[in-house]
Design a protein around this ligand. Structure first.
Ligand code: NDP
Length: 246
């Protein structure tokens, strides 16, 4: 028996980056995992194939987090396929950066729709099924608390909203033993923030450890929060940022 045997998880944005690592880690811990993607069907199918090759069970579902109906369908399909829902990981997110007066309104709307509305809508849908003693794990950002560069105001706002939602929901769901926590990564090497990308130099300067985090390091924290040993952790925003906020 592994820590998450008999548990079922839904990870939004699991085709790449942090979400893919979380999906792989939760299945290694014994959970069955559904993962959503927006566009990257091939990448999502590749994550599922890797999980199955390692002896796990997973399912890829196309669902744009900006569309509550699509997230609702993903929740229903998860429960239909695996019979229950214990863990929701709200990972799907998007970032657009630039001075507020130059950032296109469409980019601003997209961040609000995916990073805030998508998390709220996905959680509402999941709550129709989420088992007692379940887990909600949000992937926020250290930029909710620290923005050492200009141009990230709306992105930071969306992630601060996730931290606020986390606290309020922890109060609502505590009586059912459901914990709600918010992982706040610092620079993590993914497609959206590559360790050899144009901003990598600054990112390294802003961390105490002088390196990017890995998706596996973020997934290890998600694994802890999903597991039985974290049953007394709720309402928390937990930095995993190499000292970015220190
Ligand atoms: P990536 O760009 O590497 O991957 C994003 C994932 O989310 C993909 O699976 C993508 O699917 C999916 N996704 C994006 N938009 C949507 C949408 N509208 N609906 C459904 N799925 C969507 O991102 P990261 O792994 O870097 O980031 C994951 C989360 O971590 C985000 O919330 C981000 O804000 C947060 N974060 C990341 C940090 C970093 O340094 N990398 C630091 C702090 C926080 P598809 O492949 O189909 O596009």
């Amino acid at each position: 028996m592994s820590t998450l045997t008999h548990k079922v998880a839904l990870v939004t944005g699991g085709s790449r980056g942090i979400g893919a690592a979380v999906a792989q880690r939760l299945t290694a811990d014994g959970a069955h995992v559904a993962l959503t993607y927006a566009h990257s069907k091939d990448r999502a199918d590749g994550v599922v194939a890797a999980i199955e090759a390692a002896g796990g069970r997973a399912l890829a579902l196309q669902a744009d987090s900006a569309d509550p109906a699509q997230i609702g369908s993903a929740v229903e399909e998860t429960v239909r396929a695996f019979g229950r829902l214990d863990i929701l990981v709200n990972n799907a997110g998007t970032g657009a950066f630039g001075p507020l007066d130059q950032l296109p309104l469409e980019d601003i709307d997209r961040m609000i729709d995916v990073n805030i509305r998508g998390v709220v809508a996905g959680t509402r849908e999941a709550l129709r099924h989420l088992a007692d003693n379940g887990r909600i794990i949000n992937i926020g950002s250290i930029n909710a608390d620290r923005l050492p560069f200009p141009g990230g105001s709306v992105y930071g706002m969306t992630k601060a909203a996730v931290a606020g939602l986390t606290r309020g929901l922890a109060r609502e769901l505590g009586p059912r033993g459901i914990t709600v926590n918010n992982i706040q990564p610092g620079p993590t090497d993914t497609d959206s923030n590559s360790a050899d990308g144009p901003n990598a130099g600054n990112m390294l300067r802003w961390t105490a450890l002088g390196r990017f985090g890995t998706t596996d390091e973020i997934a290890a924290l998600a694994s802890y929060l999903a597991g039985p040993e974290a049953a007394f952790v709720t309402g928390a925003s937990i930095d995993i940022d190499g000292g970015f906020a220190a």
